[in-house]
Write a protein that binds this ligand. Structure first.
Ligand code: ZN
Length: 120
């Protein structure tokens, strides 16, 4: 399972970040995946539950959002976003001669942590 190895390496980074922020617990994590990445949100969630067991992130909520397609118009070079695979038309010049730009596979968009109040 591809998503499991992705999550294992990502999880290490998350925990390091949380520890660096002196967090006691990771409350929620938001990930953004590219539409062309082939990563499945469901499998990512399952992988997160497995790797977070008995860690500071156990029980944390994982949110996965999918990036819209990033499209580039070949006629006028305008960049635009579309979440619809079939409706690619340049909003600038109306051309349908467009191409899908490569996207990031996976990004950490946000992480909420709990920090001990005695550290204040
Ligand atoms: Zn255009």
């Amino acid at each position: 399972m591809h998503e499991m190895s992705i999550m294992q390496s990502l999880f290490k980074i998350l925990v390091e970040k949380a520890k660096a922020a002196k967090a006691q617990r990771i409350r929620s994590v938001t990930l953004r995946i590219g539409r062309l990445s082939g990563i499945e949100a469901d499998l990512l969630s399952t992988a997160f539950q497995v790797v977070s067991k008995e860690t500071m992130a156990e029980g944390a909520e994982l949110k996965v959002v999918t990036s819209p397609f990033q499209i580039k118009c070949k006629q006028c070079n305008a960049l635009f976003k579309s979440s619809d695979r079939l409706l690619f038309e340049c909003p600038e010049c109306g051309s349908k001669d467009v191409q899908v730009e490569p996207d990031d596979d996976l990004m950490v968009e946000n992480m909420e942590v709990e920090i001990a109040s005695s550290d204040l």
